[in-house]
Design a protein around this ligand. Structure first.
Ligand SMILES: Nc1ncnc2c1ncn2[C@@H]1O[C@H](COP(=O)(O)OP(=O)(O)OP(=O)(O)O)[C@@H](O)[C@H]1O
Length: 395
């Protein structure tokens, strides 16, 4: 799939801009701060309904405006469709497909399939567990959209259980005890679905990440991704020695056994949870250990290695999505924001060769010379509030 026209209204720096893109490689070039990332952020948001760099919608709306609109014409296997997303902070975001009546934004989730790599992804390797969980859950929901419900259910029941635990700190009574039994069953149901899906996706992702890292780094160190589960004991201890994590055993459990393990663990942790006023067992406490050359990448890998590992995670996700539906119409759009400047000449070359597998690649770069010479494609010049197309016309 590819986007051939993108239109932005009051999105970040753009009052109104029309950007013409094409299949193959598209490079957005312009000085720092000119608005290149704003464009790829808009495409990512149309695909995932969230920004890769902010957790709320307000910063995406141009200063002093109330709403932003992102519209894209998407070509999938020769069929065109127009997707539109209205971002209105403080109100419900709305979407339209082919200029239909407005619908809930959720309805367009996943129609534009994208994989976006940005400098912020370094946090996947160096940062806190929340980013890794989000990466994994986003991939789970992309591959198995029906699990979006399990994820939403889990978050809802978790909030309710935590609210009950907090209220119980002022005096725990029989009402609390019977209500928490109900929440535990619901939590265990959603946790089972989510954990099984995460383990399955990790198992499938792992070899693709290893291959991508090897290709990027000329056969560099081996990588491994290990799931760390709060069901299998102290997550901090597992992070230090991921080999000893119980994830392998968890992956072999059937769903009813996993459910039983969650129920047992929640019951066993109830006293502690009551004291702390929060739930200490469940997928929201889990993590993913990224292992490079036998050692946890976090804390051990160099900056360049961490960067390449983060990139390999995204490229691995791209490959997994491609394998999941090998038709060209479903091939995700690959977006690389500011990547090449961070890599040495050889890794640039290798990345340049790797990305050409996508039907559409969108790359941002402050300096065109940072890109490998054989990365053939169209170049769009970005200047404040405007993107100039290859023919030199102002869009
Ligand atoms: N809501 C907004 N309204 C208006 N301008 C905004 C808004 N949000 C960000 N900006 C401006 O957008 C600019 C940053 O744009 P962007 O991140 O796309 O730059 P870039 O071209 O990718 O830069 P770099 O090469 O440094 O990464 C900043 O000047 C910032 O002030």
């Amino acid at each position: 799939m590819y986007i051939d026209r993108l239109s932005l209204t009051d999105f970040r720096t753009y009052a109104q801009a029309d950007v013409r893109l094409g299949p193959g490689v598209n490079v957005l070039v312009g000085p720092n701060g000119v608005g290149k990332t704003n464009i790829v952020e808009a495409i990512g948001c149309l695909s995932t309904l969230s920004s890769h760099r902010v957790s709320t919608d307000a910063p995406m709306v141009r200063f002093n405006q109330e709403r932003a609109v992102v519209r894209a014409r998407i070509v999938r296997g020769g069929q065109q469709s127009i997707l539109e997303l209205e971002i209105a902070p403080g109100r419900t975001n709305r979407a339209r497909i082919n200029r239909s009546a407005p619908m809930r934004a959720r309805e367009i989730l996943g129609i534009a399939r994208t994989v976006l790599f940005a400098p912020e992804d370094l946090a996947l390797v160096k940062g806190e567990p929340g980013g890794r969980r989000r990466f994994l859950d986003d991939l789970v929901v992309t591959l198995y959209p029906y699990l979006g419900q399990a994820r939403a259910d889990y978050e809802k029941v978790l909030r309710q259980r935590n609210a009950l635990l907090r209220s119980g700190r002022r005096g725990w009574n029989e009402g609390h005890e019977s209500t928490i039994d109900v929440w535990d069953q619901q939590l265990a149901t959603a946790a089972t679905a989510l954990t099984a899906a995460r383990l399955g996706v990790l198992r499938d992702l792992d070899p693709h990440v290893e291959t991508a890292y090897g290709r990027l780094t000329d056969g560099g160190k081996p990588t491994e991704i290990v799931y760390i589960s709060s069901l299998a004991g102290d997550v901090d201890a597992q992070r230090l020695s991921p080999d000893a994590s119980g994830a392998g055993e968890l992956a072999s459990l059937s769903a009813p056994e996993l459910y039983r393990r969650y129920l047992e663990a929640l019951a066993g942790a109830r006293q502690r949870d009551r004291e702390r006023g929060t739930t200490t067992i469940g997928p929201h406490r889990d993590d993913v250990a990224l292992i490079l050359g036998g050692a946890p990448a976090k804390g051990f890998a160099s900056h360049g290695e961490s960067w390449s590992f983060a990139l390999a995670l995204r490229l691995g996700a791209f490959e997994l999505m491609r394998q999941d539906d090998p038709s060209e119409a479903a091939c995700p759009i690959l977006i690389l924001d500011d990547v090449f400047a961070e890599l040495d000449a050889r890794r640039r070359q290798r990345l340049g060769a790797l990305v050409q597998q996508a039907e559409q690649v969108i790359i941002t770069a402050a300096v065109g010379e940072d890109l490998p010479a054989d990365l053939a494609g169209r170049t769009l010049r970005v200047s404040p509030g405007t993107v100039t197309d290859p023919q030199g016309e102002r869009a």
